[in-house]
Design a protein around this ligand. Structure first.
Ligand code: FAD
Length: 141
């Protein structure tokens, strides 16, 4: 039983490259052990993350992440049972926001900023999929 979950959250303080790397390093160490894959996107204080894997593993990890003090306002945007993974290639990939075309953000939102709180879960997932397709994913699988 596979599921896909997407949430948004706000970083508590200015998150620098080191704290992002620490989160990615931890994810890459932990996720393969529990069979979870996904992609993390960070832009101007906002995290957007997709997790895919077994239902129990994804639910447990999401609860663990939601309790993490490094971010707040964790909001579930999308949850579905799936037949196959879309982000199977990464234990936790990172979207390279430097490669992002602002027109892509405008396609799904009122302004060219990443604000998943202002759009529907379906729009955020569609944006996320295009981000993964068009912006480079940083980091090893
Ligand atoms: P430890 O790393 O030993 O952590 C123990 C406790 O300390 C946890 O409660 C942890 O939240 C807290 N902690 C650890 N480092 C810090 C720090 N620098 N500042 C404040 N508190 C800290 N983990 C994954 O395994 N997979 C993911 O995909 C994943 N994605 C994440 C995405 C975001 C946006 C954030 C903020 C965190 C993410 N994490 C992820 C980290 C997750 O929230 C837990 O910290 C981690 O899973 C706990 O790992 P551990 O059991 O080895 O405990």
């Amino acid at each position: 039983m596979l599921v896909r979950l997407m949430y948004a959250s706000r970083a508590v303080a200015a998150t620098d490259q080191d704290s992002l790397l620490a989160i990615l390093r931890k994810s890459k160490a932990n996720n393969p052990v529990i069979g979870v894959t996904g992609v993390l996107c960070y832009s101007e204080g906002i995290f957007l993350q997709v997790l895919e894997g077994g239902r129990s593993a994804v639910n447990r990890l999401y609860n663990q992440i939601a309790a993490d003090k490094r971010h707040t306002q964790v909001e579930l945007l999308h949850y579905e049972e799936i037949g196959e993974r879309r982000f199977a290639g990464w234990s936790m990939g990172q979207v390279n926001m430097a490669r992002l075309n602002p027109a892509l953000l405008l396609k799904y939102s009122e302004t060219a900023t990443l604000d998943p709180y202002a759009v529907s879960g379906a729009a955020s997932l569609a944006l996320f999929e295009e981000l993964v397709a068009t912006a480079a994913i940083v980091g090893q699988p």
